[in-house]
Design a protein. Structure first.
Length: 470
């Protein structure tokens, strides 16, 4: 009977000892070696032992083993802490450190070790998290401030003044602007090029950091408890004084709520790191918009901002989307204001062209041709830079310009007393405008509608020429 009883418990006893005992090579790895790739499977094995010992807490033998496992947990946590804090030293000392390479090649590689800290040493996790935020914040703030300063030097060398359309004349994209280019006094950049470089650098760094935070600092669930296998002789292995305790009912969290909490948590970390960069970016954008750049560069900047916003949305970087929306709300009113000034300048010129001190010698046909060229360039730019969301608003302003240009051409033709010559002037001017519009090679419903409008006026002028010659 005794032999049968021993044989009965031999297999489960062996299984129990295998689950609870810490192998000597595991202890040697943690106590006698530095953190390396070999630690990744070792820490996974240690965590399995910790979970098993907790699940078998009522087994008498597990109490002594738990003390040994706890000592290994403390030793492992301390070494992992020192290793991760040491990785931050290059970030603190030099902005030439490639942050993205460090994140992808080292931090994410050892992410399982950090997950172990999250589950078994939360205080160490918080310590490293604060240290990382401080180091990354300083790294990005210093680097971006220097880069923005370099762009400011380039922008100061290229002061492009806005030319009103109604003023009379007197006789795949490029690469990102690099900071060292500012050292060359001959190097100049238009405002939209500097703005594009600023946004692309901001996009790449901000979204890469957000992706890293989402992967590395994501919140870890509590370690799963191993379900107890069938009980092994309670008389030998179970403490009779300990009673099983039934856990309280927990309120389940819906996946949507958990995802929102996780996103809010990552957003909070990201904002702590990137907040100084936003201040620098806002100041740099304000400098680029004061004084406001010419109309086409300003519209180009608006479209660049919109494209970067769509890319940030695709990459799932919510806080950056909010920042870019704020930029959009700042730039569109400036564009509207500038368009109003352009319309007023052309309106004033058209009204004065009727007579008075602006006689035919005051505004020449060549000046009207210059204004036609400006209008055609502006229209082509608006067509190419339009988007479905703001097309109506954009071309309502262009329509106002077209109306004033038509008045100017008609008023200029009225200075010619001969009806045939006046109609000839209209026909020739409309043909010039049509040729300028067609030079853009733009296939767009707005472009077709614009050409159709001026073509009808040109045909009407031709009919008048024929009527006067009969």
């Amino acid at each position: 009977m005794r032999l049968k009883s021993r044989q009965k418990i031999e297999r489960p006893l062996s299984q129990l000892l295998q689950e609870l005992c810490v192998p000597p090579d595991l202890a040697t790895t943690i106590l006698d070696t530095n953190v390396s790739e070999s630690w990744i499977p070792a820490i996974a094995a240690l965590e399995e032992k910790l979970i098993a010992l907790e699940a078998r807490s009522r087994v008498r033998a597990s109490k002594d083993l738990s003390e040994a496992a706890e000592a290994l947990r403390i030793a492992a946590s301390g070494k992992i802490r020192g290793y991760f804090l040491g990785l931050l030293q290059p970030i603190r000392t030099s902005i030439s450190t490639n942050m993205h390479v460090l994140q992808t090649s080292v931090f994410l590689k050892y992410r399982p070790l950090f997950a172990f800290l999250q589950r078994h040493a939360p205080s160490v996790t918080q310590e490293f998290q604060h240290a990382y935020i401080a180091a990354a914040r300083l790294y990005y703030e210093t680097g971006f401030r220097r880069y923005a300063r370099s762009l400011g030097y380039l922008r100061a060398r290229t002061v492009e003044k806005s030319t009103l359309i109604g003023t009379l004349p007197s006789d795949e994209g490029p690469g990102v602007t690099l900071a060292y280019m500012a050292d060359d006094a001959k190097n100049k950049e238009p405002p939209e090029a500097a703005f594009r470089s600023l946004l692309l650098v901001l996009l790449d760094n901000a979204t890469a950091e957000y992706a890293f935070l989402s992967s590395f600092f994501r919140q870890e669930p509590n370690p799963p408890r191993k379900p107890s296998t069938r009980r092994v002789s309670g008389i030998i292995f179970e403490d009779p004084e300990e009673q099983s305790e039934s856990g309280g009912d927990s309120i389940p969290i819906s996946p949507n709520s958990a995802a929102k909490e996780e996103r809010a948590y990552i957003d909070g970390l990201w904002k702590q790191i990137m907040e100084p960069r936003w201040n620098t970016a806002r100041l740099e954008t304000a400098s680029a918009l004061e004084p406001a750049p010419p109309l086409i560069p300003l519209l180009t900047m608006i479209r660049l901002n919109e494209n970067v916003y769509l890319e940030a949305e695709r990459r799932g970087c919510g806080p950056l989307e909010t920042f870019l929306l704020g930029q959009r709300l700042t730039m569109w009113p400036l564009f509207q204001k500038d368009m109003g000034v352009q319309v007023d300048s052309l309106k004033k010129l058209a009204e004065n062209a009727v007579g008075g001190y602006l006689s035919r010698s005051g505004i020449k046909d060549s000046a009207v041709q210059v204004i036609i060229n400006r209008y055609a360039s502006l229209f082509i730019a608006c067509v190419r830079l339009s988007s479905e969301g703001d097309e109506t608003m954009l071309f309502s302003n262009v329509l106002r310009l077209r109306q004033e240009l038509a008045k100017l051409i008609i008023n200029q033709s009225k200075k010619i007393k001969d009806s045939a010559q006046s109609s000839t002037y209209l026909s020739t001017t409309y043909e010039l405008l049509l040729s300028r519009l067609s030079a853009g090679n733009v296939v767009h419903p707005r472009a077709q509608s614009e050409a159709s409008h001026w073509r009808e006026l040109e045909e009407e002028a031709r009919r008048r020429i024929g009527a006067t010659r009969r």
